[in-house]
Write a protein that binds this ligand. Structure first.
Ligand code: GLN
Length: 477
């Protein structure tokens, strides 16, 4: 890559394109070159599209015609569970290895209208189930900061693509942390929007009441640009909301709430130290830090790991070998179902389908699913109560540890689930949350990125962008 085309943000690339310093084709080629060099090592992309140059040419024509939008000519990557018409979308599963999307996801449609250039589809945990990208049927992605470590997950390919400069920005999906945790492990920004802020039409469903598509980017400003490009009501997804015309928070002293009692156990000492440094940076930037309590937060993992598999078991029932995806012949219909699903799904997907079927079954529904949904409501009131006291957003680390080694947790699903402790609550309570890089922890000679996570009230992404930018400045000062 030409050195002046490395480490580009959306904002910087926009400037270069608009000034005509670089064409969209040149920019795309620089990224393709770098992907060709780096991707064999990282496995961030499962496929680089064969029409990137044509897309870039079309973007150049828009630019020449004076019809530019925020993302015209900007090369981005797409997680492999988002549909792009005519391209394979496999959710990193054998089940959909050759599945070609027959329509565009709404987010894709919106980005196409802006002239964005799609470089390719990125690796992920199968059907977005996991926190390390090791559950991909196509091999793990490596963390660009230390290739013996995971990039996080499930949007590990997306995070690695941005961190290694193989895309200017990326789209991922987040059901319980899958944008924020890999963003944190790879040292980039990741936003999980408010539930309904971004259309799920064309996103392969994992757990429909929790799933959201969102941006991974190099800066908070870039995440905001990408969010603005994809957000807003969509007739194809009845859960979507109008983009709020949010009151500006510009000249107000921001109040950040910290659930102290929740940070005591099981958090890596380097992560805690970095968290304190981050609080100090915010304070020096004029932010008020206040201790808050969310009494039911300690139940969020338990609730998530009941609600999520319940919805997974229902959503993944459609992969029966009859309508699309893998089909295995067998003597009877039942045996065909069994053979197809046994062959098509990896171990983690099967585990969750079974767990979910169990918690929804007669006799257990009330004890598990019913209870979990009740506690989910309590959790919502906890957050509402804190925000009602004048707190603008809540701050925790994004992950209790920095990136772990490939293989370190893959034999122990529970250890893997515990790593989601700080991220699952935002999905359960439908609130927007952002992970912002906050520093590094040294491990075996490598500098591993850390991140902190802000959670804001419903539809208040504007607060996340404001405080996120403030923190970026304060932390780099
Ligand atoms: N790591 C979480 C899980 O395994 C989150 C997944 C996600 O957000 N898609 O379920």
């Amino acid at each position: 890559m030409k050195s002046d085309l490395a480490h580009l943000t959306i904002a910087k690339a926009r400037e270069l394109l608009d000034r005509g310093d670089v064409s969209a084709v040149e920019l795309a080629e620089a990224y393709l070159d770098r992907i060709a060099k780096e991707n064999p090592k990282l496995n961030a992309y499962l496929e680089v599209y064969d029409d990137v140059r044509e897309q870039a040419k079309a973007a150049d024509q828009l630019l020449a015609a004076g019809k530019k939008a925020a993302l015209t000519g900007i090369p981005i990557s797409i997680k492999d569970n988002i549909l792009l018409k005519g391209k394979i979308a496999s959710a990193a599963s054998k089940m959909l290895a050759n599945y070609t999307a027959s329509y565009d996801a709404t987010v894709i449609d919106r980005l196409k209208k802006q002239g964005a250039v799609f470089l390719g589809r990125t690796n992920m945990d199968e059907f977005a189930m996991g926190g390390s990208t090791e559950n991909s049927a196509l091999g793990p992605t490596k963390n660009p900061h230390d290739i013996s470590r995971v990039p996080g997950g499930s949007s590990g390919g997306a995070a690695a693509s941005v961190a290694a400069d193989l895309a200017v920005a990326a789209l991922g999906s987040d059901t319980g942390g899958s944008i924020r945790q890999p963003a944190s492990f790879c040292g980039v920004v990741g936003l999980k929007p408010t539930y309904g802020a971004v259309s799920r039409s064309g996103l392969m469903a994992m757990a429909s009441s929790l799933d959201q598509i969102g941006p991974l980017a190099k800066t908070v400003a870039d995440a905001e640009i990408l969010f603005n490009a994809i957000a807003g009501r969509d007739p194809k997804d009845a859960t979507t909301i109008d983009r709020p015309v949010a009151p500006a928070v510009a000249n107000k002293k921001l109040v950040v709430g910290v659930p102290r009692d929740f940070l005591e156990k099981g958090v890596d000492p380097d992560v805690l130290k970095n968290f304190e440094t981050s609080l100090a940076a915010l304070k020096s930037a004029g932010v008020e830090i206040r201790d808050v309590t969310l009494p039911n937060l300690k139940y969020s993992l338990a609730v998530y790991y009941v609600v999520m598999p319940a919805e997974v078991s229902s959503n993944l029932a459609r992969f029966d070998g009859m309508r699309y995806g893998l089909h295995k012949d067998a003597p009877t219909l039942l045996e065909e179902y069994l053979a197809t699903r046994r062959e098509g799904f990896g171990a983690e997907s099967r585990r969750r389908i079974m767990l979910g079927t169990y918690v929804l079954s007669t006799g257990y529904y009330d004890a598990y699913y019913g209870k979990a949904t009740a506690v989910r409501e309590l959790l919502k009131s906890d957050f509402a109560a804190v925000f009602a006291q004048g707190v603008d957003c809540i701050l925790t680390p994004t992950s209790p540890t920095p990136a772990f080694k490939i293989g370190e947790k893959s034999a122990d699903p529970l250890a893997m689930y515990l790593a989601d402790i700080f991220t699952v609550s935002a999905n359960l309570v439908t609130l927007p949350a952002i992970s912002v890089p906050s520093g590094f922890a040294k491990r075996d000679g490598a500098q591993l990125p850390l991140g902190i996570q802000f959670t804001a009230p419903y539809a208040r992404e504007d607060i996340l962008f404001t405080i996120g930018k403030l923190f970026e400045q304060a932390n780099n000062a």
